[in-house]
Design a protein around this ligand. Structure first.
Ligand code: ADE
Length: 225
C-alpha cells in the first residue's frame, strides 16, 4: 500500500512512522508513505495556503489551488483508490472502515487545518471523509496518524503473528477478553485457573464468554448492532 499525506505541518507526521509497527511495515516493503508539504504547491511570497472566508466569519480557509496542484500531480503519477479528507464532520472511523481501507492499493490523505478546506475541494477531489471522533483537533494530522496506524497493522504480513490482529477488540464485533501473562500468582492476585489448565477448548469458551460480558458491561451498543 502507498499512502500520500498532504499537510501544512509535515513535522507533525514523520516520527510515528520511524518506530514500532508502522516503521516495520515500511522496512518490510509492505507500505510506502510520502509526505507532501502543501506550501510547496504555492507561488505566493509567504507560501500562504489559506485565505479569509467569503461571506465573513472567524477563521481561515485552505485554498483550492495548492490542493488541486498537489492532488493532480500525484494522480498523474499513479491511480488512487481513495482521496481521504480528515475532518470532524466525516464518517467516524471504526474497525470495519480500517479493514476495508487495509485492502486498498494507493490512498491520499488530505489533512485539514484552520477552519478546513474550501468546499470545492471536498466536492471535486475527495472520495471519503473521515473523523476520528466527536471532538475538534487543531488539524487533521493526528487523525491521519491514527487512521494510518489502524489500517497498516491490518495489512497481511505487517504483524508478525497473523492471528493477533484477528483477535483484536472489534474484529468480531466484541471487545477483547481480559489477558494475563506470567507470573500466574503475583502478591496473591491469581490468573484465572482455566488459563493455566492447558484445556484449549475450555480456554476459548472462557474467552468468548468474557468478551461477551465485557462488551455487555462497557459497550452494550455493540451488541445491539
Ligand atoms: N480534524 C480536526 N478534528 C478532526 C477529527 N475529529 N477527526 C478528523 N480530522 C479532524
Amino acid at each position: 500500500m502507498r499512502i500520500d499525506i498532504i499537510t501544512v505541518v509535515p513535522e507533525l507526521l514523520k516520527s510515528p512512522f520511524e518506530a514500532s509497527i508502522m516503521q516495520r511495515s515500511i522496512a518490510k516493503g509492505l507500505v510506502e508513505v510520502q509526505f507532501h508539504n502543501l506550501r510547496d504547491y504555492t507561488d505566493t511570497k509567504y507560501k500562504q495556503v489559506d485565505d479569509y472566508q467569503f461571506g465573513g466569519g472567524a477563521g481561515m480557509v485552505m485554498q483550492i489551488e495548492p490542493i488541486d496542484k498537489c492532488i493532480s500531480k500525484l494522480k498523474s503519477e499513479r491511480d488512487y483508490d481513495e482521496v481521504i479528507y480528515m475532518t470532524p464532520d466525516g464518517e467516524t472511523l471504526d474497525q470495519g472502515m480500517a479493514n476495508t481501507l487495509s485492502l486498498k492499493g494507493n490512498i491520499i490523505i488530505l489533512c485539514g487545518h484552520y477552519k478546513g478546506v474550501d468546499q470545492r475541494v471536498r466536492d471535486h477531489f475527495i472520495t471519503k471523509e473521515i473523523s476520528i471522533g466527536d471532538y475538534v483537533l487543531s488539524g487533521g494530522e493526528l487523525g491521519a496518524l491514527i487512521l494510518c496506524d489502524a489500517v497498516i497493522r491490518l495489512i497481511p504480513g505487517v504483524l508478525g503473528n497473523e492471528t493477533s490482529a484477528l483477535t483484536d477488540s472489534f474484529q468480531d464485533g466484541l471487545l477483547a477478553p481480559p489477558i494475563y501473562t506470567r507470573p500466574a500468582d503475583y502478591k496473591g492476585w491469581k490468573v484465572p485457573e482455566i488459563l493455566t489448565s492447558g484445556n484449549t477448548p475450555k480456554v476459548e469458551e472462557w474467552r468468548e464468554e468474557q468478551a461477551y460480558i465485557r462488551t455487555k458491561e462497557r459497550r452494550p451498543d455493540l451488541l445491539e448492532e
